[in-house]
Design a protein around this ligand. Structure first.
Ligand SMILES: Cc1cc2nc3c(=O)[nH]c(=O)nc-3n(C[C@H](O)[C@H](O)[C@H](O)COP(=O)(O)OP(=O)(O)OC[C@H]3O[C@@H](n4cnc5c(N)ncnc54)[C@H](O)[C@@H]3O)c2cc1C
Length: 503
């Protein structure tokens, strides 16, 4: 008898989010990592609104915000001169309870989740490596190496959150098409007198760099491309190799270097994200350039999509077919992301007059100008914050009411005493009613045993795109499963009968 139903391989941000999701649903699982200890590198810094909305379901968003910095402005520099400064403060106003972009180093981010898990008696097993997987009927045999000895353990499910070199992906023999950019990135945290109070985008003849303030260390995070001549000259590149380049092009110097690293960026998406009872998530399934700070957030989104499905299928509450929706729901966005970040990357590093004018004129002048318009701001926020991700094409998504469709994220609506996302903290399926509905619908909802949250139909509800008298069945991860505003009871009844076994 297996006492741990799920093996989570890898404890980066994706594995940690997966563990938090499984724990919330009370599923016994094991989380392992081949590293000797938690990573101490700041790596991904940007935490987007959709990720904070999901963390809020665990009561973790506030701590993240307190430990990070809300980026309230972005400045564009050309050849060291500030050309535009754009206010980010109200960028997502009315769209999310987290209408901003948060900067928080990845190691601190991971520590918050690890501590959350510790408080629930979940310990990560360090220096414990997944070596191989073998699927047999209904179970997965995992060869695991711990302190020099190997064991073969059985699990019902395996969640491969083991990063870009994923053993899980390789054991499934999934192709990982795409490529690796020739250009080499550097990333560094500098203690510096350099004056910075927001994001800085620096564009110059020789390249570009992005600067961010880091709250806890008071340092400046710089990310950019290692100039070609240095890549050619130096074998093992250190901060001293790019010191003059940074001083000359940005004017930044350092009294101390907290961290310096170089890395090559891949742009790849695995051909599949699932085979039978084995899944891959995060960097194991998709990697791309850090443009837009999307990578880590997307991995966390994968974990939030899969953890409740897996937990409810194990509990017998959800039809097993729902597991088949993980791949189509998440792979479509991963592919889009890899393509778009690829275009942005080419625009930033490309040579020739078109790219030169893009970097020299369009980026520092036209883009900030557009961002002064409220509509553009909102559009940018929707795009970057990941609140626009939808599962409209999924088998788990049904119905339409006005511009909202099954598969859309539950639009955020503020009320005087909270908001409609507060209800999501239960992590349960739930009905939402905005206005009134028929006696039949109420009877169906009551019979289903699923909790009903009733909301007044206000101006804020209307501007969130919700039509009067809309009924929604909402998934535990905050996406609309079924939506209707014409008392179509049958549609809800069928859905509950088909997928929700426990009700
Ligand atoms: C230097 C650097 C800078 C970066 N900067 C940015 C940035 O600015 N913005 C951004 O969005 N992204 C950035 N990234 C990418 C970002 O860090 C990743 O997208 C993110 O960490 C992915 O999370 P993950 O949990 O999917 O994978 P990972 O963080 O890679 O975690 C995978 C974990 O699995 C473990 N593991 C691997 N194999 C096994 C095995 N066989 N058995 C057990 N455990 C295993 C590893 O030890 C690791 O802890 C950067 C990455 C690097 C390397």
């Amino acid at each position: 008898m297996m006492d741990k139903k799920v093996l989570v391989a890898g404890s980066g941000p994706t594995g940690l989010a997966m563990a938090a999701g499984l724990e919330k649903h009370g599923v016994p699982f094991r989380i392992i990592d081949k590293a000797p200890a938690p990573g101490g590198e700041s790596r991904a810094m940007i935490v987007h609104a959709r990720t904070l909305e999901m963390y809020d379901q665990f009561g973790l968003a506030e701590e993240m915000i307190n430990r990070g910095i809300i980026l309230n402005n972005v400045s564009f520099f050309n050849e060291g001169k500030r050309r535009a400064r754009f206010n980010l403060e109200d960028i997502g106003e009315g769209l999310s309870s987290f209408p901003f972009v948060l900067s928080l180093p990845q190691d601190e981010h991971e520590r918050i989740i690890t501590d959350y898990l510790k408080r629930r008696n979940i310990e990560i097993e360090w220096e414990t490596e997944l070596i191989d997987l073998e699927e047999t009927e209904g179970t997965v045999k995992a060869t695991i190496e711990k302190q020099g000895s190997r064991t073969i353990d059985e699990y019902e499910y395996v969640a491969g959150c083991d990063g870009v070199g994923s053993t899980v992906r390789k054991s499934l023999d999934f192709d990982f098409p795409g490529g690796t950019y020739e250009e080499m990135f550097f990333v560094t945290d500098l203690v510096s007198k350099y004056d910075i109070d927001g994001v800085q985008v620096h564009l110059f003849e020789a390249g570009f760099a992005l600067l961010l303030p880091v709250r806890t260390t008071g340092s400046v995070r710089v990310i950019g491309l290692v100039p070609e001549n240095i890549v050619r000259q130096a074998e093992d590149i250190g901060f001293e190799d790019i010191e003059a380049y940074l001083k000359g092009n940005i004017g930044i110097t350092a009294s101390k270097v907290n961290w310096f690293s170089t890395y090559n960026v891949h742009h790849r998406v695995s051909e599949n994200f699932r085979r039978s009872n084995v899944f891959i998530l995060g960097d194991a399934g998709h990697v791309h350039s850090p443009a837009g700070g999307q990578g880590m957030n997307t991995g966390i989104g994968d974990a939030m999509n899969l953890s409740w499905k897996l937990a409810e299928v194990i509990d017998g509450k959800l039809d097993r077919e729902a597991l088949a929706t993980y791949e189509p729901e998440r792979i479509a966005f991963a592919r889009l992301l890899v393509n778009t970040t690829d275009e942005v990357f080419k625009a930033m590093v490309g040579s020739g007059s078109v790219f030169a004018s893009l970097r020299g004129f369009i980026l520092p002048n036209v883009i900030p100008g557009l961002l002064n318009y409220k509509r553009w701001k909102k559009m940018m926020f929707r795009l970057v914050s990941q609140i626009h991700i939808d599962y409209n094409q999924s088998d788990l998504s049904k119905g339409r009411a006005g511009r909202l469709r099954g598969g859309d994220r539950l639009p955020w609506v503020p009320y005087y005493d909270g908001d409609n996302h507060d209800a999501l903290k239960s992590f349960e399926w739930q009905y939402h009613l905005y206005g009134q509905t028929s006696v039949e619908m109420r009877k169906h909802i009551k019979k289903s045993g699923i909790e009903l949250h009733e909301f007044n139909w206000t101006a804020e509800v209307r501007s969130a795109g919700i039509k009067k008298n809309t009924v929604m069945l909402v998934r535990p991860d905050g996406y609309i499963a079924v939506i209707d505003n014409e008392n179509n009871v049958e549609r809800f009844f069928e859905y509950v009968q088909t997928y929700l076994k426990g009700f």
